[in-house]
Design a protein around this ligand. Sequence first.
Ligand SMILES: CC(C)(COP(=O)(O)OP(=O)(O)OC[C@H]1O[C@@H](n2cnc3c(N)ncnc32)[C@H](O)[C@@H]1OP(=O)(O)O)[C@@H](O)C(=O)NCCC(=O)NCCS
Length: 180
Amino acid sequence: MLEGKNINLRVMEKEDLPLIAEWFSSPEVFGEYNPLRQMSRTDAEKIFENPLELKPFFIEKKDGSKIGFVAHFYVLHVAGRQLEIGYSLVPSERGKGYCTEAAKIMVDYLFLSKEAMRIQAQTDPRNVASQKVLEKVGFKREGTVRKNFFMRGEWRDAYLYSILREEWKEPRLLTKTTAH
Ligand SMILES: CC(C)(COP(=O)(O)OP(=O)(O)OC[C@H]1O[C@@H](n2cnc3c(N)ncnc32)[C@H](O)[C@@H]1OP(=O)(O)O)[C@@H](O)C(=O)NCCC(=O)NCCS
């Protein structure tokens, strides 16, 4: 578990499959700027055996209630691979700073644990809340990836953001890691 001030990040386990399938299939949790999907528990199991090495963490309040997730994964390219993050919160817990804290903890954790030079993220240009999160964490907008995702019946652009190791410099929020 990765501990922050108001929230912790807890690695998802196979016993969490029902909630993972529910959230990843939910247009409310995923929001209007993520793909529509229907995920079964069997599909959810594949999250743990995939070439992108996708690793989802629950965002938990200090009382243990699960309010969303943040994940890291690799975007594959013949010349190498890019480390990327994504996140979503249940609607009732948005606008309270939890995602900013979760993303800061994740960036601390990734730069401390992986030999990555950069961490990237992509958002829909209309997703102002997500852009604010990234900018508060220290990501910089690199540009627009045109017609990057087919989502909800149309090709959509994405803003590409990144934070470099030299911009991060040192851990800012991750205070403690524990085994449970
Ligand atoms: C994007 C998301 C994760 C942000 O989480 P959050 O916990 O609400 O974010 P925070 O509270 O840490 O910060 C959000 C910032 O965006 C602002 N914001 C929230 N909703 C907004 C909106 N609809 N329009 C403009 N700004 C908005 C908040 O005021 C806050 O800015 P401030 O610190 O200057 O006041 C959340 O809105 C969400 O789950 N959305 C649906 C899924 C999604 O879009 N995921 C990202 C895909 S790239």
